[in-house]
Design a binder for this molecule. Structure first.
Ligand code: COA
Length: 424
């Protein structure tokens, strides 16, 4: 049995943010029915194609364990089918541009009329306010949510991160809102609207930088490298390069092989509690008790010197050797793992976080499995659906269309050409 078994999801999402959310719901056992435009589908099916004729990895990696139905929601019969779906489903998730669902004729008020128990979950770029009508993509959200202004080096421009905190991050936020609303519905008997704005999601993940913004009023941020370097602070939280956010000095340092391997680096934290171990490891035992080095405040203006010494040592070791040596000494370090190394990581494969998936058109591909493990609800990652693969099945089994009614839907053109043959 899966945690969300019996829960039906009308998945009206596309691209990345919404599909991330519904993929999680599918992994937790919900029946996720993805509604796609006939003959077109989610735009990502055809984006960044690597195998001609096959759904792209962009699509396959975000749409596992779902069913796909082709349905034109602007066609009158299509609207009737969608209305039936709203009657049958528990949750409807969408991340269309602002106003698109209303323009289709499915406002929140209308959806409540059709099914008062429905949980409607929406992702938009911005919440209510002056930008509410904007279309928003990942990097826009990272920039508008405070991540870009606090990422990068002080003397460089703002920077976006590789982790898709705007899209996938907001999908995660939305998913939590949905299961919370589902829990409340158990008691109230009513559905509700769940909204997650990408700007808000990014800002939530950038929370500690707003902590620092307020601390600036009390004086400079001592733990930032720029403090030790004597560089004055401005009005806003600055970019802090690879400084660690928790107050313990940390940097990314070169390891053996860095000249040719762009990922031969380690993160290295000079944790105060293990300062003596750090000194021993990096070959500077004299710093343990030396005036100017012995306590964290004394060291703040010497961090460049200290990390240069640490790097002289890390350059003699591979990033994995650094880990092996430092871990038993409680010195926090972390290898910079490349995407290739992660894909091949035996530990991640053993836990199902990295999995191989078979696909009938593209063959075997690798994906990131469910990162959240439930002991009573294990996840089996199943390939993403082909466009409209389950149209007839859903019309028949979920919505109860049969005989003439089914023929009528197909003849109306609401569900796409290939279904005609499939229905016969
Ligand atoms: N049948 C008929 N029409 C359909 C349909 C279906 N099954 N599915 C979608 N459409 C229509 C929509 O109704 C809309 O029509 P309209 O413009 O006449 O109202 C149209 O397709 C395009 O939808 P839209 O969401 O505007 O797509 P877009 O490609 O122009 O914009 C985004 C893409 C991502 C920028 C936009 O959807 C958005 O801002 N979403 C919210 C924020 C978000 O999630 N961003 C990150 C995505 S990873």
């Amino acid at each position: 049995m899966k945690a969300l078994e019996g829960v039906k999801v009308l998945d009206f999402t596309h691209v990345q943010s919404g599909p991330t959310c519904t993929q999680l719901l599918a992994w937790f056992g919900a029946d996720v029915i993805k509604v796609e435009r006939p003959g077109v589908g989610d735009a990502t099916r055809k984006q960044l194609v690597d195998v001609p004729g096959a759904d792209s990895l962009y699509f396959t990696m975000l749409n596992h364990n779902k069913r796909s139905i082709e349905l034109n929601s602007k066609n009158e019969t299509g609207k009737a089918v969608l209305t039936r779906m709203i009657e049958e489903c528990d949750i409807m998730v969408e991340n269309f541009a602002p106003g698109a669902l209303d323009r289709m004729g499915f406002s929140w008020e209308r959806i409540q009329e059709i099914n008062p128990k429905m949980i409607l979950a929406s992702i938009k770029g911005f919440g209510p306010g002056k930008y509410e009508d904007c279309k928003v993509y990942e990097n826009v959200a990272q920039c508008a949510g405070g991540s870009a202004s606090t990422t990068g080096f002080r003397d460089g421009p703002p920077m976006v991160t590789g982790a898709q905190i705007g899209d996938s991050g907001t999908g995660l936020h939305l998913c939590l809102g949905i299961v919370t609303a589902l829990y409340q519905r158990e008691k109230s008997g009513r559905g509700q609207k769940v909204s997650a704005a990408m700007q808000d999601g990014v800002l939530n993940l950038t929370r500690v930088k707003l902590r620092d913004q307020q601390r600036l009023a009390a004086g400079p941020l001592n733990e930032y490298s720029q403090f030790g370097e004597g560089v004055p602070f401005g009005e806003a939280t600055p970019r802090a390069g690879n400084d660690s956010g928790g107050g313990q000095p940390g940097r990314i340092l070169k390891c053996k092989g860095w000249e040719t391997d762009p990922d031969a680096y380690t993160y290295f934290i000079t944790q105060a509690a293990v300062w003596k171990n750090v000194c021993d490891v990096i070959g500077k035992p004299e710093w343990k008790e030396a005036p100017g080095y012995a306590t964290p405040p004394e060291r703040l203006d010497k961090l460049n010197e200290i990390f240069e010494a640490a790097e002289e040592w890390t350059k003699t070791k591979t990033k994995f050797e650094v880990m092996d040596i430092c871990n038993p000494l409680n010195i926090p370090v972390g290898p910079i793992l490349s995407t290739k190394e992660l894909m091949e990581d035996e530990g991640l494969r053993a836990t199902g976080t990295i999995v191989d998936v078979e696909h009938p058109v593209r063959g075997t591909y690798v994906t990131v499995g469910c990162p959240i493990k439930l002991s009573d609800s294990p996840v089996d990652v199943e390939r993403s659906p082909l466009l409209g693969e389950h149209t007839i099945e859903v019309l028949r089994d979920v919505l109860g269309y049969d005989g003439d009614a089914l023929a009528e839907v197909i003849a109306s053109g609401a569900v796409g050409e290939p279904n005609k043959a499939a229905a016969e």
